[in-house]
Design a protein around this ligand. Structure first.
Ligand SMILES: [Zn+2]
Length: 389
């Protein structure tokens, strides 16, 4: 069953052989989807016949957004914590414990329903690939459960048992790391592709460089690939550890030394920026311009989570990146699509070359520029010829 998508006023391909500029843009375009993949891209006037036809009426079409960092398996509500923070209380990661309590107490069906709603919310805003982390269970059974549920909606599942030290292990971080790298990892690994750690010596709840190294080493030995929450609250060891160990992504990158920037520019680790967090915690934004100018690969993601940033909107993150982080609209769109794919080491998403997954986002606008030009306006949605993975 093939489908011709035509009437595309502006097509972002992220494939320089198919269009011009950073985004591989072509105008008055069409593409053919066959068996869930892109089978043909070209001018609307040259479009071949297909079994079915969708005319998008001059709208812009992009690769669906690749949200490479989210925490969607949780229960509870932290709106009051947000209000307190906006009243002047600082964020140090400690509120995670309240989500852990609520998540442990929730049934599978409650968690599944909330997860399904969030995935639908993402898709309604143009996201077609999402990574989902555990990290609000923090027991062997609760972490395995979170990943089992996450695996029902995505192949990009990440074991984050080393999110924070749970209250029952307060003052016994070494014992908790032993649990995470032992029985918890064994129970989680069958449902996880990735392992992650909140490496943040500046937080009393998170993990220092030595503990992070232990967690990542154990994860790799169990067959998982690596990602790191790095340098969110201070210029700690996370980024350089991520690059040294060949992690796919160092996430946050808010506080970077010159050595951190050099490491990201010279290694294969993607710098994933999460500006919704800085927005929602009223904190200084990461310097995307510095990373791009140094030659680092930059991704944008939501970090959708109930504490530090409860947005599911990639368009909102694009608008923030342009307004607050020195990115051009094209750079921000690239980071939200191809950059996210690189952060997940995926070559089948984040672009619309022939053979790519037919994960399309359509805008109620003539150009990708409107994602930053019209902040807060619900322009983007996933076009229903692919599926969220
Ligand atoms: Zn996160």
């Amino acid at each position: 069953m093939s489908t011709l998508v035509t009437g595309i006023g502006e097509l972002v391909t992220n494939d320089l052989s198919l269009g011009s500029g950073l985004l591989g843009v072509r105008t008055d375009a069409a593409l053919v989807v066959d068996g869930g993949t892109v089978a043909w891209v070209g001018d609307g006037s040259d479009a071949p016949a297909a079994d079915d036809r969708v005319d998008v009426g001059g709208r812009a079409v992009l690769p669906g957004f690749v949200d490479s960092h989210s925490h969607l398996v949780f229960a509870g509500d932290r709106a009051a914590e947000f209000e307190a923070r906006m009243s002047g209380e600082p964020y140090d990661g400690g509120g995670i414990a309240s989500t852990v309590r609520a998540t442990r107490a929730a049934s599978d069906d409650e968690l599944r329903l909330r997860l399904a709603r969030l995935v639908a919310e993402l898709r309604a805003q143009g996201t077609t690939t999402v990574e989902v982390k555990s990290g609000y269970g923090l027991t062997v059974d609760d972490e395995a459960r979170a990943l089992r549920l996450a695996a029902e909606v995505t192949g990009e599942t990440t074991f984050l048992g080393a999110h924070v030290v749970p209250p029952e292990y307060a003052g016994r971080t070494d014992d908790y790391v032993a649990l995470v790298t032992g029985p918890m990892l064994a129970a989680a690994a069958p449902f996880a592709r990735w392992i992650d750690v909140f490496c943040e010596p500046a937080s009393p709840h998170a993990f220092d460089g030595a503990a992070a190294r232990t967690v990542l080493g154990a994860g790799r030995a169990a067959g998982l690939d690596l990602r790191v929450h790095a340098n969110q609250l201070s210029a700690g060891p996370g980024v350089r550890l991520a690059v040294e160990l060949g992690a796919a992504s160092a996430d946050h990158c808010t506080h970077l030394t010159d050595a951190d920037v050099d490491a990201l520019a010279s290694g294969s680790t993607v710098a994933t920026l999460l500006p919704g967090v800085e927005f929602s915690t009223r904190s200084p934004y990461p310097d995307a311009r510095r990373l791009l100018d140094a030659g680092a690969t930059v991704a944008l993601a939501t970090d959708c989570n109930p504490g530090s940033c409860f947005t599911s909107s990639m368009p909102f993150c694009i608008a923030l990146a342009v307004r607050e982080m020195g990115m051009t609209p094209a750079e921000a769109v690239a980071a939200a699509t191809a950059g996210g794919a690189a952060a997940l080491r995926r070559t089948d998403v984040g672009h619309l070359g022939v053979g790519a997954r037919a994960d399309l986002a359509v805008l109620d606008a003539p150009s990708y520029r409107h994602l930053a030009y019209r902040p807060g306006v619900p322009l983007a949605r996933a076009l229903d010829v692919g599926s969220l993975t």
